[in-house]
Design a protein around this ligand. Sequence first.
Ligand code: TYD
Length: 427
Amino acid sequence: MRKCAIFDLDGTLTQSEEGIWNGVRYAAEKLGFPEPDAATLRKFIGPPLGFSFREYMGMDEAMAETATMTYREYYNVHGLFENRVYPGIRRLLRTLKQEGWYIGIATGKPQKTSERVVAHFGLDKFVEKLCGPVGDHRPGKIELICDALPEGWDASIDDIWMIGDRKFDIEGAIGAGVKSIGVGYGYGSEEELRQAGCTQYCATVQDVIDFLCPGAAAPKGAFLSIEGLDGSGKGTQIRLLTDVIERFGFELQLTREPGGCPISEKLRDIILDKNHEEMDDVTEALLYAASRAQHVRQVIRPAVEAGKVLLCDRFVDSSVAYQGGGRQLGVQRVLDINAPAVDGTMPMATVYLDVDHETSMARRAAATELDRMELAGDSFHARTEAGYRELIARDPERFIVVDATRTPEEIGREVAQRVLARLMEAE
Ligand code: TYD
């Protein structure tokens, strides 16, 4: 017999207040009402909108109806995507799916809107049935839960769980004759959920995973790297990408090379020290590889095993470009030096921020103090760029090459879209 998990959407799978609050503010402003304060806004999450506009903003029936329509003008275009998937939710859904569970959604948000949210975040592939209000019909939670169950379900079967963050979800579950989990990370309190009679209370997403799928292996995470010449805007793009990846509910871990763990950070200091003028090119290449060997085993592999998205600021491609190209040790020689360090652990995708070496050096020179690598001459950076180009030609599937001469926002949008596509493909 299949086990079933039916989820509430807002406050359980997604943290949706940003878009809802902006929608309420938009409606208030357009209709000449004062801007609602934080406490009032908070009350809008959960109950039907018309009810909230009447109850919390003192509107009459007709005005509340207009406010709801005005809200939708904003929400259906922008608000819907001003939303985030709770951290760990993707891992929960993947684990359930992997363990053969049926997954449904029962939500008070209109079905069409909910479908758009779920598709936007790429969660639709996990969900077999999504039920929300259609047109003017406003079903209660009991009806929604029953609708979201698989065809021919039987209330007497043991393993149907409704998972939600408010008392309405728990009361609905009881009415539908199924068990319930109240989750503490959403908009309801533990007290509210326990009073409503939840079968089980889970404070975190991890608790839900441990409760529903004890002992299940964590689905594999993903290893990403980002590369570019010094001054390619890597720092800014890492910040922007981190935000988007987390917004989609992936559990991100950020790290860097050289460095990323205590031993490798010590090696970093040795490698980049400006006073080490006598450092031989082969020594340099071996030190980068040594630092990488530790980092791969201590940080990268464990994170991916635990289901995280590990984003590494530079990886072995930097060695091939800088030591192989820049220092002229040769691409193959540097790959050979790094083989035991990497030991088969390669990124599933690598973002390459594409600026030529003239642009990159002009940008770096205008910024902070330069390190030992950046102090190398102009032809060094030209050869490094050539090294990257050779790598991209060898492995075009792995590289996401992005024109990095545009504004940070334009670059960020393209990087986000292409990286998310790869991550979701691999789920
Ligand atoms: P990075 O931390 O990206 O530079 P910054 O601190 O200026 O942002 O990288 C430090 C330098 O090390 C950079 O010039 C590239 C170089 N490097 C190599 O030459 N080989 C390598 O394998 C790696 C990882 C970095």
